[in-house]
Every structure is written in structure tokens, then in C-alpha cells.
Design a protein around this ligand. Structure first.
Ligand code: FAD
Ligand code: SF4
Ligand code: SF4
Length: 506
């Protein structure tokens, strides 16, 4: 036993004792339910976890999940469900947990979400389902709402650990073929639903591994890659063909998939993987990375596994990460695990405006990331060999709200200071991948480079559908998955009502 497992065992013991004290759970009235305190998530100890890449959150035990589920008031109008982008029937699945029927709980979730183990871990719940929860409102603190995502993760993990995940039934072959560009959550959800209808599905992925941001962006310590790999294995078991190292628009133009290769429809889920830079002096210095490159080296190429992985990583002592979203937190926490002595997060607004999940901010602080808020990076400083040696920042004050409703940072003249740094990671956001639109004539995009779709997720080209970040701009896993499912419904309806592509030979 180490400090982390001790901690989990202790939380389990406390939950068990509280459950026993509550007596017959079925007779608990609403005021008593609302008084039960939220179960904390057992986590690896901060000092321990910065020395490994293992998952930080350890997951609820059975006692914790049962007790947490009893906090739900079973509100008839389901405000929590309204806050979920894919409308999971939350009261119904939480009730099943309170009754000890975890398998029923996971079945209810899967009516709406295909990736509960993943979304239970990474969903920005406090801005979605939890935000609307009546219990949170009673406590006047959204953080005290029913811990919906933790319960979702609990039942989905249990199903996987018990080996109870069944491969969905696939309808008899229709003779129709559908190509999918990319393998992020939008594409995975689309591929599963189209395959279930009996169509042949081929995923074309540019990288050597599938999963999109789930594999190359979100670090192992937040989302174990074995979970992502399992979802992809399930797709293969359903008969989905996967071709990696295949860049649509380079290896083969999208139009040829339809015109010559016999595909009846295409789904574009190519994501928002183009990093933004600040346009400040010094961004070309050695030691400046986009968060995408930095995280991809660590996650996908396993650069942290020195001696065994072929990918080198940049040994840095003092790392400055620019930004305040989940990507910035992931980069900062990765830098610590890669051995940096000091990691500084530089953000223009205050902590209140940070787009990152509150839990990620908390974890970053516990791990020792130093926050420099109201600080705008002005230039990156280099030495005589053009290697980063520092970052000049300007102090800011908050001015009037901008178009996003957040107050704009206004630099204070003469407030420049320098942070000593030998590596700078730019994590200020991503824009849609431009390759597919650029190489596909007639594919309409908006001013921000996002593919334009109609209410059925169909693009300006007939039988070409799109969804996820390439349509929304950088968004969330659950939104991407929801878009993939909606596009699959439209694609299946189209294939049912139209004649096959003559090139498919059927
Ligand atoms: P992606 O996941 O981006 O997948 C697109 C895939 O398409 C990639 O694999 C790419 O290689 C491939 N591709 C691109 N072009 C081509 C081509 N021409 N040919 C073939 N393949 C191609 N969201 C959350 O909800 N919670 C979080 O905690 C969270 N953390 C994040 C952390 C990081 C570091 C990042 C970068 C994002 C995070 N997000 C988070 C956002 C979330 O991951 C994305 O919104 C989501 O993955 C989008 O899914 P997608 O399927 O549209 O695209
Ligand atoms: Fe909440 Fe996300 Fe689960 Fe929906 S998918 S219930 S928003 S955690
Ligand atoms: Fe339960 Fe909260 Fe949903 Fe009400 S709003 S049903 S308390 S999860």
C-alpha cells in the first residue's frame, strides 16, 4: 500500500460507515439526501504523481458511488439532462446505481453516449450537467452538485473491468461504403453508428495511432490510453476498417474517394489541430513549442519513456506555458512530469476567467505549477545561439468585456518584467485543420476555416458530412461525439433512400 491507495481505502471506509448510518436508503427523504456531502475523488498524492504518468484520479469505490448516487433528488424536470450535450437520462442512471444495478446504469448512459469511460473523465461537467443540478443550487456551489461524471466513470469502468462490454450488433451488409476522415471522438461515434446500420466503414487517419486528441492531446495522467485503445478495438471488432498514416488531401484527395474509390458517402472529422501562436518576437527561438507538438511528443511518441522511446524530448529546467485552458494545464503538468524544476503558467486574465476545468486548475496548483495571472507575454528572449533564455511579460488590468463577454486584459505601460525560462510552450488555442478544405474544391468554410454544414451535418458537397471540431472550432469531446452521432443518423437516412455509387461495384 502507498499513500494513494491508503487514501482511497480510507475514503471507502468513511463512505461505508455513512451508508450504514443512513439505514434504509429507499426511505430517505429529499432534505436528508441533499444534506449528504459530495464524495471527494480519491487521487494519487501530489508529491507521488508528479514522478509518474499514471492516472491522477483513482475512481470511486462501490461504497462511494452508492452514497453519491443517494444525493440525487430525482428531479422530475431533469435539469441536469438539459445541460448534457447528448441528453443522457441522468436521474435514471443515477437511480440504477442507488439500487445497486450498475449494469442497468451503464445501459441507460449508452442509449445516448458511446464513450462513457472517456466523457466521465474529461467532460467539463461543471459547465454542463452539474451546472444545472438542483443539489448544487441548494448548496449554492456548483462544485457540490451530484458528481455525475464520477458516477458515469464508475459504472463504465466496472463494465470494462468485468469484461462485460458487448460488441454492438451490426445489421446485414447493405453493400454501401462510407469513408471517415480522422479518428477523433466525432469520427469514432460516426463510424460506430454507420457500421451498425450494416454499411462498410473505412477510417482514414493521418497519424500512426487512432483516437485524435484523446490519444495525442489529453495526457495519460488524465485519460489512460488503454481506455481509448479499447474503444478502437471495439470498432475493429464490429468490422470497421482502419487505415493509419493516410492523409486525406495528400495521400488521396477527398473527391477521389467518392468519384473513383467507390465510397457512397464521406464524413470529415479532421478536428482543430492547427495551433495558434501569439505573433510576438522570439516565437522562432529554439525551445519554443506549440502545446500540440509538446503534448504529442509526450503522449503519442512516449518521449517521457527515455531510453525506450525513439522520440527525444527537450530537457528544460524552467518552463513557461502561455494560456489558461485545459491544453495549457495539460502542457504545464506534463512539463513537471518530464522533469522541469519550475513550471510557470502565464495568463492574461484572472483565474476566474480561465477556461480550464476547475479540477485541472486545482490539480496543477497542488502539483506546484506557479500561476502568473494578469500577465501578458510581450516577447521571448534568446541567447547568442537563439535558444530561449526568458520571457518578458507585461502586467495587465481587466478592462471592458469583449465579444466573448469576458473582461479584456489591458496592459499597464512600464510594468514589464522578465521570467527566467529555457522553454516556452504556447497553448493559446487551436483552429480547424485546413488541409481537407484546401484540397477539396467546392467545400464551403466560414471565415474561421470551419466547414459549413446544414441541419443534417451535410456540407456544401452532397453526401459529404462533417462534425466535431472541424465544424465547431475547438470544442469538447462530448460535443464532438454528439455531432458524429447526429451526422451518422443523417448519413444512414441518405444511404437508405438513395441508389449506390456505381464505382462501388455493387
Ligand atoms: P480530433 O480529436 O482533433 O481528431 C481529429 C483527427 O483527424 C486527428 O486524429 C487527426 O490526426 C485526424 N486528421 C486531421 N486531418 C486529417 C486528414 N487530412 N486525413 C486524415 N486524418 C486527419 N475536451 C474535453 O471535453 N475535455 C477535456 O478535458 C479536453 N482536453 C483537451 C486537451 C487538449 C490538449 C486538447 C488539444 C483538447 C482538449 N479537449 C478537451 C478538446 C477535445 O479533445 C476536442 O474537442 C475533440 O477531441 C474534438 O474531436 P474531433 O473528433 O472533432 O477531432
Ligand atoms: Fe455530464 Fe458529460 Fe456525462 Fe453528459 S456526458 S452527463 S455532460 S459528464
Ligand atoms: Fe439528480 Fe441533480 Fe439531476 Fe436533480 S438535477 S435529478 S438532483 S442529478
Amino acid at each position: 500500500m502507498n499513500a494513494s491507495t491508503d487514501h482511497r481505502a480510507e475514503l471507502d471506509r468513511i463512505a461505508g460507515a455513512e451508508l450504514a448510518a443512513l439505514g434504509d436508503a429507499s426511505s430517505l427523504n429529499a432534505p436528508r439526501r441533499a444534506k449528504i456531502a459530495q464524495r471527494p475523488m480519491p487521487s494519487q498524492d501530489a508529491g507521488e504523481r508528479i514522478r509518474n504518468m499514471d492516472e491522477v484520479a483513482l475512481g470511486y469505490t462501490e461504497n462511494m458511488a452508492r452514497l453519491e448516487s443517494l444525493r440525487c433528488l430525482q428531479c422530475p424536470n431533469k435539469p441536469c439532462t438539459e445541460g448534457c450535450p447528448v441528453s443522457i437520462d441522468i436521474p435514471r442512471f443515477v437511480k440504477a446505481i442507488s439500487e445497486g444495478d450498475d449494469q442497468r446504469a451503464v445501459s441507460v448512459i449508452k442509449e445516448a453516449s458511446l464513450l462513457p469511460s472517456i466523457c466521465g473523465r474529461v467532460c467539463p461537467q461543471e459547465r454542463q450537467c452539474m451546472k444545472n443540478c438542483t443539489v448544487g443550487k441548494l448548496h449554492k456551489d456548483v462544485g457540490q452538485a451530484v458528481a455525475i461524471g464520477r458516477l458515469e466513470r464508475y459504472v463504465a469502468d466496472l463494465e470494462r473491468e468485468r469484461g462485460e462490454i458487448s460488441i454492438p450488433d451490426v445489421a446485414p451488409p447493405t453493400g454501401r461504403r462510407v469513408a471517415v476522415v480522422g479518428s477523433g471522438p466525432a469520427s469514432l461515434a460516426f463510424a460506430a453508428d454507420v457500421r451498425r446500420a450494416g454499411h462498410a466503414v473505412t477510417i482514414f487517419e493521418a497519424l500512426h495511432k487512432c483516437g485524435g486528441v484523446l490519444s495525442y492531446g489529453i495526457p495519460e495522467f488524465r485519460l489512460p490510453k488503454a481506455i481509448v485503445a479499447r474503444e478502437i478495438e471495439n470498432l475493429r471488432a464490429m468490422g470497421v476498417e482502419i487505415r493509419t498514416n493516410f492523409v486525406v488531401g495528400r495521400s488521396r484527395p477527398l473527391a477521389k474517394l467518392l468519384e473513383e474509390d467507390g465510397f457512397d458517402a464521406v464524413f470529415v472529422g479532421s478536428g482543430a489541430g492547427l495551433p495558434k501562436f501569439m505573433g510576438i518576437p522570439g516565437e522562432n527561438l529554439v525551445g519554443v513549442f506549440s502545446a500540440n507538438e509538446y503534448l504529442t511528443r509526450s503522449n503519442l511518441m512516449k518521449a517521457f519513456d527515455e531510453g525506450r522511446a525513439a522520440t527525444p524530448f527537450y530537457h528544460a529546467r524552467r518552463v513557461a506555458v502561455l494560456g489558461g485552458g485545459n491544453v495549457a494545464m495539460d502542457a504545464a503538468r506534463t512539463a513537471l512530469r518530464l522533469g522541469a524544476e519550475k513550471v510557470m503558467l502565464v495568463y492574461r486574465r484572472t483565474e476566474e476567467e480561465m477556461p480550464a476545468r476547475a479540477e485541472e486548475v486545482e490539480h496543477a496548483k497542488e502539483e506546484g505549477v506557479e500561476f502568473h495571472v494578469l500577465s501578458n507575454p510581450a516577447r521571448i528572449l534568446g541567447d547568442e545561439n537563439d535558444v530561449v533564455r526568458g520571457l518578458e511579460i507585461v502586467r495587465c488590468e481587466l478592462g471592458e468585456p469583449d465579444a466573448t463577454g469576458r473582461r479584456s486584459p489591458v496592459p499597464v505601460p512600464g510594468s514589464e518584467t522578465t521570467l527566467d525560462a529555457d522553454c516556452v510552450v504556447v497553448a493559446i488555442g487551436n483552429t480547424p485543420n485546413p488541409l481537407v478544405p484546401k484540397t477539396t474544391s467546392g467545400l464551403a468554410v466560414d471565415a474561421k476555416g470551419r466547414i459549413v454544414v446544414d441541419a443534417n451535418h451535410e456540407t456544401s458537397i452532397r453526401n459529404v458530412f462533417a462534425g466535431g471540431d472541424i465544424v465547431l472550432g475547438a470544442a469538447t469531446v462530448i460535443k464532438a461525439m454528439g455531432e458524429g452521432r447526429a451526422a451518422a443518423r443523417a448519413c444512414n437516412a441518405r444511404l437508405q433512400s438513395s441508389s449506390p455509387n456505381p464505382e462501388s461495384g455493387t
